[in-house]
Design a protein around this ligand. Structure first.
Ligand SMILES: Cc1ncc(COP(=O)(O)O)c(C=O)c1O
Length: 450
């Protein structure tokens, strides 16, 4: 099945088995989790495709929203988790240490492109948790309480991370949220003020950040600035390197910890193992990097890495938790990292990225509705507009495109402040033939809904 092309064999999607299971879902699960966009129930997955319970095969360009960079159920990862399960499922690391945790921390310390000759890593279970932890450590280290985040940011759904997340539809009716959180404008270059050069736009966005120091929290009272190297939910927007360098300088001048949230963009997605490598090459490495999603290839685990000096500021009792760095998750993450390094998954991301970018740019030349194609490696955003001049978001078109592609066996997802961006997050195991077929379906679906 690993190399299969998408194929719908039922006369309607969902087919009868999926429909009946989804009815049970609707009766058993809160409404908020019973979306109607993808009426699909998985039976088994391999590589970049999965089969649903009715035998339809879907090509998955969502990949669990960035969790499946290594594909569905690589047998070598399955074997590593099984072997670990036979020895023990669980220990709470604060009490009984296990070597897998330590080995994974050592490996991440060796490759994480953050500052620090000597690094430390510890683990949590989700993206939101690792971001919360990074902020806790930054507060402990600086002994300051304020945090700066950005427009378009997504950091999770816990109380603190809902406060950091920009789009309030993710937090409707859930407040109050913690104090001490300030938002600056993220450099959304496609939507920079009209007529600005790149330099002027970067300056404009930096002014917005500096304004927070005047009107929100003075710079010497800010513990950390948290940002995504390539914004995910916000619309797949890469941070321009000159802006990152300026933010790094602001952090250095004011003793602020710079946190890179690589929950979605890490683990080979952007053509480097971690996107912060691009920053490091430009002399702007962050202080702390958080990552999750594809780290464990689907077994829940997240990581927080930084210099020993910063990380050791957290005092015993303040970090860790029952399942953090669970042995099954560490076994999965270790095998995933071994495979991704040996088989150059960052190179695979660059290759897939080239194919997808080429086709998307060709389509942009043909179809006025594609306003922007952007990204790094295989993390590509395609922004749809009603009019290239006004850039009015084509939100409805994107919803229709998602539905039309789904009916043809291609899973794609939207993103962006205006829900008018398609985000490309296919497993990096995708074959060239699958990529080609996916792109054909994408264009067919687009023509249909245009
Ligand atoms: C950049 C980023 N940070 C944090 C999170 C939250 O991760 P989780 O859903 O695992 O809590 C996400 C999830 O999409 C994300 O994309």
């Amino acid at each position: 099945m690993k190399e299969s092309l998408p194929k719908i064999i039922t006369s309607t999607v969902p087919g009868p088995k999926a429909e009946s299971i989804l009815k049970r879902r609707d009766a058993a699960v809160p409404k908020a989790l019973c979306g109607t966009i993808y009426p699909v129930v998985i039976d088994k997955g391999e590589g970049a495709v999965f089969q649903d319970v009715d035998g339809n095969i879907f090509l998955d360009w969502i990949g669990g929203v960035g969790v499946l960079n290594a594909g569905y159920s690589d047998p070598r990862i399955v074997d590593a988790v099984q072997k670990q399960a036979e020895r023990y499922f669980h220990t709470i690391f604060n009490i009984v240490a296990h070597e897998g945790y330590i080995e994974l921390a050592e490996k991440l310390n060796a490759i994480m492109p953050c500052r620090g000759d000597e690094k430390r890593t510890y683990f949590a279970n989700s993206g939101a948790e690792c971001d919360e932890n990074a902020i806790k450590v930054a507060k402990a280290y600086t002994r300051r309480s304020n945090v700066i985040c950005f427009t378009g940011a997504f950091h999770g759904r816990t109380n603190l991370t809902m406060a950091l997340t920009a789009k309030k539809s993710y937090a409707l009716g859930m407040g109050p949220f913690p104090a001490g959180i300030y938002r600056a404008p993220y450099p959304y270059m496609y939507r920079a003020p009209k007529g600005y050069t790149e330099e002027e736009a970067i300056e404009y966005y930096l002014e917005g950040l500096k304004k927070v120091f005047d009107e929100g929290a003075p710079a010497n009272e800010v513990a950390c600035i948290i940002l995504e190297p390539l914004q995910g939910e916000g619309g797949f927007i890469p941070a321009p390197i000159e802006w990152v360098k300026a933010v790094r300088k602001i952090c250095d001048e004011n003793g602020i910890v710079m946190i890179a949230d690589e929950v979605q963009c890490g683990n080979c997605r952007t053509g480097k193992y971690f996107a912060s490598e691009y920053w490091k090459e430009a002399g702007a490495a962050p202080d702390i990097i958080t990552t999750a999603k594809s780290l464990g290839a689907g077994v829940p685990i997240s990581a927080i890495t930084g210099s020993a000096e910063i990380m050791d500021a957290a005092i015993p009792g303040t970090i860790g938790g029952t399942y953090c760095g669970n042995p099954l998750a560490c076994a999965s993450a270790l095998k995933t990292m071994e495979i991704m390094q040996e088989e150059d998954y960052a190179g695979k991301a660059r290759h897939i990225g080239e194919l997808v970018n080429k086709k998307m740019h060709e389509m942009q030349d043909k179809y006025e509705v594609i306003g922007d194609v952007r990204g790094l490696g295989a993390m590509i955003g395609i922004e749809f507009v009603k009019d290239r001049e006004t850039k009015e978001p084509a939100t409805e078109l994107v919803s229709k495109l998602i539905a039309a592609a789904f009916k043809k066996g291609l899973l794609i997802e939207g993103a962006g402040t205006y829900n008018n961006v398609i985000r490309f997050l296919a497993p990096l195991t995708m074959t060239d033939e699958q990529t080609k077929r996916g792109l054909e379906i994408f264009e067919e679906a687009l023509l249909e809904v245009m």
